[in-house]
Structures are given as structure tokens and as C-alpha cells.
Design a protein around this ligand. Structure first.
Ligand code: FRU
Length: 496
């Protein structure tokens, strides 16, 4: 449905809507790399495109000291439309530099979500001068095909780069994988599986996941399906990922499945399954539904490729329920902060744990227990305290407030954005959002990162996580919070 809805694409309309920004750009305020990062609601810790629409993070891959982040991008409008792959790079996963657009729509269709790998052995033969290429594996979406055929309009294709991501060439044999009777058939996430010596592709197919394998990234064989009768099915399955961890010395696999709608707080959300994978079949070791992030604004998250023992995930910090309507001016959407994933045992079960990166510390000012002169962005910590009712209130001079806390009786964390600011763009936005406490101990603690228009709450060392947007008419300057440790963080857009 959504794929047919947004065709507001003319550059003219865009410029009229944007007024000031299509003319001469204002000089940046001293200290920031560009004046665009001073716009109302502009995140100071999160990546946003300078202008235009963004959704899912794509093709994240690390090579030679550089973390690449590609993203679903429509440069000609601030609503979803013909998809490109935008590009940003970072050397520390904290500071980002936007690069030129790397993949443009072509005769096979728009460039939907996918992944990228470093084909070190040059299994694809697409390398050069004895060096392996970077290969992007993405979905081509034919909007014409969707209208005329109604099936077989999404297929998987390749693009490769022999200069570490600076320039890309689409593979002439595209597409490399199609399903003639298929409708939702997309978002390939590929990794090299050492033991079986094959590339494995995890693909979202409407209400389940399909696994494919390949010796060379070009020819793919079906292996198995998972999930039609497992987990949550309130919406379409999208953007999967399959990652392995060492848990108590044993290999465990986690299948990440994004789904829209049907998330615990409405709209888009990310569930996961813990289990085993043998190169062919995935089997889950539990029957309950588990969510990676209970907040409404972390979607389409998948992990970086080629990062060794670190499993690093980034998500799109929005929700399809209102992503096209949020009140930002010249751009829409940000990524979440990068999170490091691990498995943590609670009772006899393993749960996914998300923590923030130590790399963030480079932005930190001095920590105090007195947030009298509150300045955002910042990090706030609640040190372990015995289980009890806790509430923190962030507010501004207009009387708008964001509350977050722990409700002892129901054993739930919450973020309340009912009165947080502008919310008229969607009836379900102003809400109190809940998340169950998964940890079992008798104390609670959390880390909170607040940016100008988002909050990330990671409780109990990241066993319960909530990410939520808010749009206050001015920045929050007051905090009423017991037991807080406050650390201001410097903007990532500050000139170095
Ligand atoms: C997820 C998603 C993907 C698709 C992309 C299109 O948010 O719907 O399934 O590839 O966005 O932009």
C-alpha cells in the first residue's frame, strides 16, 4: 500500500515548501560545520541527511578504518518516493560526514534496502588488480511492475566498488535473484559463513524469512524458510538480519526481523529470535515474542558487516505510522545511536542486550549530580537503586514535558510524550509508551541519551530499550530527577 502512496516529487514543490533553503544557505553559527544543523529539531548526536527524505540504514560495512552507512534516500522531497542509496562515512561511529548519493534508480527500479559485504577472496570475480571488491546486495523495486503485474516487482541485484565505496557500478547480470510469483520479496542481508564456506542471504518474504546461499554472490540457491508460524505477525516482515554470538562459550544465533505495523507501542518495530543456524535451517529456542527496542522509533535496524567480534547495529529513528508527517522542515528522519549487541542470560534464557558505544565518551563534558543548568544533548544515568517507583521530568519554559520512569507495580519502564510538544501531525503520537522490565535482579538502573528531539532509554544494561521522538517548541532546559548523574555531550557537528 505504502509504496503507491507518496508521489509528491517535483523539485519545484520541494523548493516552494522549503523557501529559505533553496536559496543561498545561511552562514553556520560559529562552531558548527553547517547551518543546517541549527534547524529546529535537528539532532546533534544522530546522523541526518542535510536535506530530503531518509528511511532505513543500508549496506553498512567497515573497511580500512572507515564505517560506511548507506541509507534509503529521496533527495527531491521530504516524503518517501523513488529510493536512492545516500551515503555517509565515519571513522569513529560518532561523527558522520555525508557523501554523494551512490545508487540511483534505473530501468530495473528503485533501490530498496539491502546490505554490503567485503568480498575479500573475490569470490564474485568483480574485484580488480588482485583485490576483492565491496559488493552491495539490494532490492530493485519496480513501481511499474507493481502496477502492471502485481507480482514479481521486487528482485535482488548487485553493485560493486573497487575504490572502497567511493564509486559503484551496477552488475550487468542484474537481477541475481527473483521469485516470479512473489510480491514482498526484499531487503537481502548477506554474510560469509566460514564453516560452510558460502555466502548466506537472509531475505524478508511477506510473513516469513527465506535463507539462500551462494558461492559467488551471483547465483543463489534456496535453503529454507522460517517464521510463518512464529513470533509476531501484526504486519509485513522486512529488513532481517542473522548474527552469531558466543554465549557462555557456545555459538548462538539471533535472527532480527523488522515488522510494520504490529509493534508493542504501535506501528513499526523490531522482534528477534534466539536460536541455532547450521548454514541451512534456523531454529528458534523459544516461543515467546521478543522485541529489541520497545520504543516506537527504532526501525529497520541491521548490523555492520566486517567488524570482527563487535556486533554493531543502527536503526532508522522513526515509525511508518507518522514518518512522513513529523514536523521537521528541510529533511525527514535520523538514525539511532549505534548500539553494540550481545546476548545476556536471564534465568535460563538468552536475551538481546543493546549498549551504547564507549566512542561516545569523546563528546562528554564533566559529569555532575546537579542538572541545574541543563543543556542538551546530554547523557543521564540512574545508578543502580533498589526496585522502586522512579520518574524523571524534562521540561521547557512553555510547560511542555517529557517524562520517563519505572512503574514498580506493573514492572514496566515508560516514556510519556503526551505533553512533550508538537503532536498534532498524528493522532497516535502523544502517548505514554511502555516496556516490560526483562532483568530479574532487585535493583534498577538506566542510561538515557537526550538529543534535541529524541530520547534513548537503555535500562538494566540494555535488556529493556526504548527509543522515542518528541518535538518541543523549545529545548528542554529543566530536569526534575532523583538520583541522576548528568553529562553534557558536545554536538557531533561541531567544527574540529
Ligand atoms: C522498511 C522498508 C523496506 C524497503 C524500504 C523501502 O522500512 O519498507 O522493506 O526495502 O523500506 O524504502
Amino acid at each position: 500500500m505504502r509504496f503507491r502512496t507518496f508521489f509528491v516529487s517535483s523539485v519545484l514543490l520541494f523548493c516552494l515548501g522549503k523557501l529559505s533553503s533553496c536559496g543561498e544557505a545561511a552562514a553556520p553559527e560559529a562552531g558548527l560545520v553547517s547551518s543546517v544543523y541549527e534547524e529546529p529539531y535537528r539532532p546533534q548526536l544522530h546522523f541526518t541527511p542535510k536535506s530530503g527524505w531518509m528511511n532505513d540504514p543500508n549496506g553498512m560495512v567497515y573497511i580500512n578504518g572507515v564505517y560506511h552507512l548507506f541509507f534509503q534516500h529521496y533527495p527531491d522531497s521530504t516524503v518517501w518516493g523513488p529510493m536512492h542509496w545516500g551515503h555517509a562515512t565515519s571513522t569513529d561511529l560518532v561523527h558522520w560526514e555525508e557523501q554523494s548519493i551512490k545508487l540511483f534508480p534505473d530501468s530495473l527500479g528503485w533501490i530498496f534496502s539491502g546490505s554490503a559485504v567485503y568480498d575479500q577472496q573475490n569470490t564474485s570475480g568483480l574485484g580488480k588488480d588482485g583485490k576483492g571488491p565491496l559488493v552491495a546486495i539490494f532490492t530493485h523495486h519496480s513501481s511499474d511492475g507493481e502496477k502492471t503485474r502485481g507480482k514479481d516487482f521486487q528482485y535482488q541485484s548487485l553493485a560493486y566498488s573497487n575504490d572502497e565505496g567511493k564509486t559503484w557500478t551496477k552488475y550487468e547480470g542484474n537481477p541475481v535473484l527473483r521469485k516470479p510469483e512473489g510480491t514482498d520479496f526484499r531487503d537481502p542481508k548477506v554474510f560469509w559463513m566460514a564453516g560452510v564456506n558460502k555466502w548466506i542471504m537472509t531475505l524478508a518474504v511477506k510473513d516469513h524469512i527465506e535463507f539462500y546461499s551462494s558461492p559467488d554472490l551471483k547465483s543463489w540457491s534456496y535453503e529454507s524458510s522460517f517464521g510463518a508460524d512464529k513470533g509476531a505477525h501484526g504486519g509485513v516482515w522486512e529488513c532481517p538480519d542473522l548474527v552469531s554470538f558466543l554465549a557462555d562459550g557456545k555459538e548462538k544465533w539471533v535472527l532480527i526481523v523488522n515488522m510494520n505495523p504490529g509493534a508493542p507501542n504501535g506501528g513499526s518495530g523490531t522482534q528477534y529470535f534466539v536460536g541455532d543456524f547450521d548454514g541451512r535451517d534456523f531454529t528458534a529456542s523459544h516461543t515467546d515474542t521478543r522485541w529489541m527496542d520497545f520504543g516506537p522509533d527504532n526501525y529497520a535496524g541491521v548490523t555492520w558487516s566486517n567488524t570482527g567480534n563487535r556486533t554493531l547495529l543502527i536503526g532508522w529513528m522513526s515509525n511508518w505510522a507518522y514518518a512522513n508527517q513529523v514536523p521537521t522542515q528541510n529533511w525527514r528522519s535520523a538514525t539511532t545511536l549505534v548500539r553494540e549487541l550481545a546476548l545476556q542470560k536471564v534465568g535460563n534464557e538468552y536475551y538481546l542486550q543493546s549498549t551504547l558505544l564507549n566512542e561516545l565518551n569523546q563528546l562528554a563534558g564533566s559529569t555532575t549530580t546537579d542538572p541545574a543548568a541543563l543543556q542538551l544533548p546530554a547523557r543521564f544515568e540512574l545508578a543502580a537503586i533498589p526496585l522502586q517507583q522512579v520518574e524523571w521530568i524534562f521540561s521547557n519554559e512553555a510547560g511542555e514535558e517529557l517524562r520517563l520512569g519505572f512503574d514498580k507495580e506493573s514492572n514496566r519502564y515508560y516514556i510519556d510524550r503526551t505533553k512533550a510538544g508538537e503532536a498534532s501531525f498524528h493522532p497516535d503520537f502523544a502517548k505514554r509508551l511502555y516496556a516490560p522490565r526483562i532483568a530479574a535482579g532487585d535493583s534498577i538502573k538506566w542510561t538515557v541519551v537526550m538529543d534535541h528531539s529524541s530520547v534513548e532509554l537503555l535500562a538494566d544494561d540494555g535488556l529493556t530499550v526504548m527509543t522515542a521522538l518528541f518535538f518541543p517548541s523549545s529545548l528542554y532546559t529543566n530536569l526534575n530527577a532523583p538520583a541522576v548523574r548528568y553529562t553534557p555531550l558536545e554536538s557531533i557537528w561541531k567544527k574540529k
